[in-house]
Design a protein around this ligand. Sequence first.
Ligand code: ADP
Ligand code: XUL
Length: 537
Amino acid sequence: MAEGADSCFLGFDFSTQQLKVVAVNGNLEVIHQSSVQFDSDLPEFRTHGGVHIHDDKLTVTSPALMWVKALDVLLEKMRNSGFDFSRVKAISGSGQQHGSVYWRKGARQTLNNLDPRKQLQDILQECFAVQDSPVWMDSSTSDQCQYLEEAVGGAQRLADISGSRAYERFTGNQIAKIYRSKPNEFNETERISLISSFASSLFLGDYGSIDFSDGSGMNLMDIFQKQWSQVCLDATAPQLDKLLGDLTPSTAVLGCVSPYYTQRYGFPESCKVVAFTGDNPGSLAGMRLQEGDLAVSLGTSDTVFLWIQDPKPSIEGHIFCNPVDCSAYMALICFKNGSFTRERIRDEFAGGSWERFSSALRNTPMGNNGNLGVYFDVMEITPPAAGVHRFNAEGQRVSSFEQEVEIRALIEGQFLAKRVHAEKLGYKIIQGTRVLATGGASSNKDILQVLCDVFNAAVYTIDVANSSCLGCAYRALHGLVAETGASFTEMLRNAPEPQLAVRPTPGAKEVYEPLMLRYAALEAQLLKDHQKSLNLL
Ligand code: ADP
Ligand code: XUL
């Protein structure tokens, strides 16, 4: 498609710690990037890493109004930098997955009548029945998960329908908790959005539909029929289909931007809003993942994901609908102890400096002389276990490591876990496998070298740190023609290719293959111990 350099497409990402935007022109060149950090730019919300961790340590929320205010601030910032909104032909975006927003009765009316003289944060401040939205880091819904699996006929049956067994952070279980624990707020709710569809609603001035791909992270959708699963809805809360609205393909145009954006910022009236999706699906689009590639995202959460054609849901990992090709799927594994754990170890063992952290990785040998660690500062998702565990070369538990050994043990442990679990999902590293890395920590070459050595495969990165924003700018462009059957991959064939970042160090295979077996056995033992300790309580 010849869109030319004059047109422009925006991709937003409402992620855990920040709101980001990338603009590309019709020649697929990145022409603008900007961001708002929740902790430092919006200190009045008192978040740490974008979230509030509650006293039980399991409940994790973020204020919905913070995301609204972040959008005001970001758009102002773009305008002040001279960004020309009149060139924007289409926008799309993503949100951290699984989180939910509860719009109060009457909010649709307010969205339909946004006054361009006012900021969104002032107009929408009374619009949320639940002020603090549960987010993906929440793990407080074990009871609801158990109930859902029993109601549906077991964990595997639920996975066969929804792509995943019941997970605490998945939206259906969060909704079930709110239905029981906050009945007044629930009764006051007119619509439940995912963070992605909440964000598209802000731009549409009306409720944006939940897309198939992010909708797959709810334990509520039949990922094969691409519609709500009645048995899952019934086990969650009454009348839920009305509160959730219809699902939509991830490539759908939902409508044009609200007149609010035309009048306040100068967007064209014809500017289209393409369905927003989850941040991991957005990254799949941004990295232009191909079948056979493995993507590793090193953001607040770490994730590993693949493009798959023929999914077989199991009780580990997730299957989501593919965000760019309606006939395909993606498999994903999520690790909760990602950047925050790396930052803790950096602060305690490298004086808060990424440079010192990196030099520790350079100064220590592959395999860490047999020292191995598991660092689950908070309850992990894959596998569901907690605690910090260190083992020396003889396999004996030790209470501490030397500083540099600790740093390598953390990074090797994190990547061994990713490879072990990717292989459990059926993924095989073969000659020519590309590992595509993204997320904040992918800017660190020494971390990427360990990833590359553990996987014994070349690691590639893309120039834009935020692959989800980029992917959503691409999705905005594709959305304009998707209905004609135009393929995303074909349309993006001239976009910049991922670049080779690092190659495996000779001898990596010999070091890490035995370590993988050791790590897998260790993790299985930790999981067993953890389950035993729970049963004893
Ligand atoms: P999210 O999209 O989940 O909000 P990002 O993908 O932007 O997060 O990643 C942010 C994280 O990147 C920070 O929390 C930080 O720990 C990490 N990061 C940034 N720079 C580096 C670096 N040089 N080395 C390792 N990690 C880094
Ligand atoms: C994926 C997951 C996280 C969030 C936040 O299942 O929970 O990756 O999307 O990035």
